[in-house]
Write a protein that binds this ligand. Structure first.
Ligand code: AP5
Ligand code: MG
Length: 191
């Protein structure tokens, strides 16, 4: 089993790289952002709550997010492994992920931290905003997302540092170049 946490600021390329990892390694891609956007599209109660929070760049409460992820883990009993994209985003979520995996005799194999500077993040997200239709791809919300990332999410790096699972990836260059760096790190732990 290979369980990858793909980590990074908004716009760092988590979704893009997750799709490439999914294809090459045959893992199940769980993106909490995609899960929430699907709930919004369905018009569910979760979707109604998520809609307002996402468009402001704020997080969905930990307890709800953890319950949603736990339910999604149960949907794939025969998975070869998972890519966790956009989860964990807080220390509470990081601890919960360890517990949820432990309960299934699983663990995080490695955490890939895609490192991209703020100017480039803003540029990428504004550019995506021209076509994405995402309510959070506008300048004001982009700044809020980056600020929330810095205050609430950055401490998660130390959590994986302490477990010796943190692998920093230079996130600039072409998508293919970033993917090659990622594969090198995955292959170094997955032999
Ligand atoms: P989520 O959907 O996870 O959004 P995010 O973290 O803000 O990140 P993005 O999806 O915008 O960027 P990405 O890193 O996936 O980059 P991408 O590959 O798309 O979360 C959205 C919201 O949901 C949160 O703000 C929160 O409200 C809520 N939420 C989600 N999870 C939660 C949780 N666990 N707890 C609480 N709340 C939660 O790439 C970005 C752009 O750059 C694309 O246009 C892409 O084509 C381009 N690009 C990619 N790679 C490159 C490259 N190498 N060079 C140039 N361009 C590139
Ligand atoms: Mg994404």
């Amino acid at each position: 089993m290979l369980n990858v946490v793909i980590f990074g600021a908004p716009g760092s390329g988590k979704g893009t790289q997750s799709e490439l990892i999914e294809k090459k390694y045959g893992l199940v891609h769980l993106s909490t952002g995609d899960i929430l956007r699907a709930e919004i599209a369905k018009g569910s109660e979760i979707g109604k709550l998520a809609d307002g929070l996402i468009s402001k760049g704020h997080f969905i409460p930990d307890d709800l997010m953890i319950r949603i992820l736990n339910a999604h883990l149960d949907m794939y009993p025969t998975a070869n492994g998972f890519i966790f994209d956009g989860f964990p985003r807080t220390l509470t979520q990081a601890e919960a992920l360890d517990t949820m995996l432990k309960n299934r005799n699983l663990k995080v194999s490695l955490m890939l931290n895609i490192d991209v500077d703020t100017n480039e993040l803003v540029k990428r997200l504004l550019n995506r905003g021209k076509t994405s239709g995402r309510s959070d791809d506008n300048l004001q919300t982009i700044h809020e997302r980056i600020q929330v990332y810095e205050t609430k999410t950055l401490p998660v790096i130390q959590f994986y540092d302490r477990q010796k699972k943190h692998h920093r990836i230079k996130g600039t260059g072409t998508m293919e170049e970033v993917f090659e760096r990622i594969c090198n790190e995955i292959d170094s732990v997955n032999r």
